[in-house]
Design a protein around this ligand. Structure first.
Ligand code: PAF
Length: 296
């Protein structure tokens, strides 16, 4: 596995691989877990070469967010990627990505970036769009893999890739969960043992929303009430938001039903935890999968 830290070194490696080599790309901020590794496995199964980036992108953190404290473990990440059969890791410094004369940003408008995460984290999606566009420009993948857990980020990436006609196909990987249902996230490391136990409340709340609709209460009001009641019963969790939205636009829906997304964010101790259930257009549910034992 090659580890490259500059655009020039990446270009030299890419030239060695020859033309016409299809690249599957997994952009990450490191501190890898089984959710990231499942995306790597999907890419490994589909493409001649797999490239992973590790870059904690300052542009997508607000002034009061955890940029300095964001968990990092480069040595462990590189071991996991080597064991996963990755061909190359792109690991740039902030100065490599954003030299002093850097002056370009990618911004979107409308409900997709103004509601929910967009409202809570001003500038966040512009930071994501800018870094992902730059990473696509550097790496030149045919396919790029993103987790369903960050459903609004996934919709934002799909939006700007379509709008800017970027020649890359976006592939979504399912939410990967702990056996007790907690969605994997690098920020779960912040949870104390009692908070970790309480954090299963997100999954339980989503299940309650689904149950409400399965038992005939398809209207968003009933589904949201069912989810809110579960969160309210957990003293260590504070609801940030819960909604039933269109998964492509994040416009709220009056009713659940195929082609809708239940999104939920709650604060448990330090981290804001994100989770969702996707009611696919074909009527089946995507509620994620449990991590295989022994995975990071
Ligand atoms: O999801 C993430 O880890 C980041 O937002 C991403 C896509 C790597 C961009 O920095």
């Amino acid at each position: 596995m090659e580890v490259v830290r500059s655009v020039a070194a990446w270009r030299a490696l890419r030239a060695n691989w020859g033309t016409g080599v299809e690249i599957g790309f997994v952009p990450t901020m490191g501190y890898l877990h089984a959710g990231h590794l499942s995306l790597v496995q999907m890419a490994r199964a589909a493409h001649a070469r797999v490239v992973v980036s590790i870059f904690v992108n300052p542009l997508q953190f607000g002034p009061s967010e955890d940029l300095a404290a964001y968990p990092r473990d480069e040595a462990r990440d590189l071991t996991l990627l080597e064991l996963s059969g990755v061909d190359a890791v792109f690991l740039p410094s902030p100065a490599e990505m954003y030299p002093p004369d850097f002056a370009t940003g990618v911004t979107l408008s409308g409900p997709l970036v103004e509601r929910l995460e967009g409202a809570r984290r001003p500038g966040h999606f512009a930071g994501v769009a800018t870094v992902v566009t730059k990473l696509f420009g550097i790496v030149g993948p045919s396919h790029a893999y993103f987790g369903q857990k960050d459903a609004q980020q996934l919709a934002v990436v799909r939006r700007f890739v379509a709008d800017l006609a970027l020649p890359v196909e976006i592939v979504a990987g399912p939410i990967i969960r702990e056996p007790d249902g907690l969605a994997l996230s690098s920020r779960n490391v912040y949870l104390t043992p009692p908070q970790r136990a309480a954090a299963t409340v997100l999954r339980r709340a989503l299940a309650a929303g689904r149950f409400a609709s399965d038992t005939g209460m398809h209207d968003a009001k009933s589904m949201l009430a069912a989810m809110r009641a579960v969160i309210a019963a957990e003293p260590l969790a504070t609801l940030d938001y819960v909604d039933v939205v269109d998964p492509a636009t994040f416009v709220p829906r009056d009713h659940g039903g195929p082609g809708s997304l239940l999104v939920l964010v709650a604060q448990v101790g330090k981290p804001r935890l994100l989770d969702n259930y996707l009611w696919r257009a074909d009527g089946t549910w995507d509620t994620g999968s449990v991590a295989e034992e022994g995975h990071a």
